[in-house]
Design a protein around this ligand. Structure first.
Ligand code: HEC
Ligand code: HEC
Length: 226
């Protein structure tokens, strides 16, 4: 895709040019480095963690597959106004998330969003998961498997339910790409080779992997009653 970009050059003349997305992503990469984001996040894959020490040394989640994991609209909003995703501080089991993530503003938001969305993973197949609440998925999430013991979600009557040790999945359907959820459940080692979350491959059938992914992807804000 190409975009029409207008800019005023140093001499004050307005010029217009068509630049490829890759060039926008390159400036987003510059902003990412200039703002110190790279000090806590790595953006070149594959996954680098080989031991629990590697994981504990990380100051923030890896972003080398951000373009496959996140929904673009959510990412742009979050970078401008970040709200805690993990109830607890990153890599901690006891401390609360301080909620002090650096913010971006102005043109930096779109530039960094484009850069992060350009980082995709070949391990995520597109078009596999259609978000849908389903009884099988709900049963796996709340009863059959311990998902809800570690993840917050909106339960009955929209009541905040579930555990706090994993990232919150409240409104996960707005934040996460449904196809990434399935890929993460099926091949977690491609994304997080060392992690706190148990591996469910072998415990859940292919069909149930799809059911649980569709279900989590259906976690969206409640529609307001008219
Ligand atoms: C001091 C370390 C630090 C810096 C600097 C930092 N981040 Fe983060 N980032 C974190 C932590 C910790 C989290 C997890 C936050 C949470 O769960 O609420 C995070 C989460 C994120 C996420 C969501 C990732 C996920 O998998 O949930 C994105 C996207 C992100 N940061 C982008 C950026 C960008 C862009 C910058 C530069 C403006 C930046 N970060 C600077 C530590 C940092
Ligand atoms: C023992 C606690 C635990 C259980 C049980 C658990 N998870 Fe997780 N989950 C985590 C943690 C911690 C993470 C963060 C990454 C990591 O360390 O694996 C995570 C990450 C995730 C993510 C990605 C969220 C993000 O923003 O990065 C999804 C989706 C997810 N889990 C779904 C599930 C589902 C579905 C189940 C049940 C089949 C489940 N989890 C069971 C702890 C758990």
């Amino acid at each position: 895709m190409k975009r029409f970009v207008k800019a005023v050059c140093a001499t004050g003349f307005l010029f217009a040019a068509t630049v490829p997305d890759s060039a926008i992503a390159a400036t987003g990469k510059d902003v990412f480095e200039a703002k110190g984001c790279g000090g806590c996040h790595y953006t070149d894959g594959p996954a680098k963690e080989k031991s629990i020490d590697d994981q504990l040394a990380k100051k923030g989640p890896e972003l080398f597959y951000a373009g496959s994991k996140f929904q673009k609209a959510w990412l742009g909003k979050w970078l401008a106004d970040p709200k805690p995703i993990r109830p607890l501080k990153y890599n901690s089991m006891t401390e609360e998330n301080p909620g002090d993530h650096p913010k971006l503003s102005g043109v930096d938001v779109a530039a960094v969003t484009d850069f992060l969305m350009s980082l995709t993973s070949k391990d995520v197949a597109a078009g596999k998961v259609k978000p849908k609440k389903n009884p099988k998925g709900r049963q796996i999430f709340t009863k059959k498997m311990p998902c809800s013991g570690c993840h917050q979600y909106a339960g009955r009557r929209n009541k905040l339910s579930g555990g706090r040790s994993g990232p919150s999945l409240v409104e996960a359907g707005v934040r996460l790409n449904p196809d990434w959820i399935l890929a993460y459940m099926m091949t977690p080692e491609a994304f997080k080779p060392v992690k706190m979350m148990p591996v469910f491959t072998g415990l859940l059938s292919g069909k149930d992997m799809l059911n649980i992914s569709r279900h989590v992807a259906s976690f969206k804000p409640k529609k307001k009653k008219k």
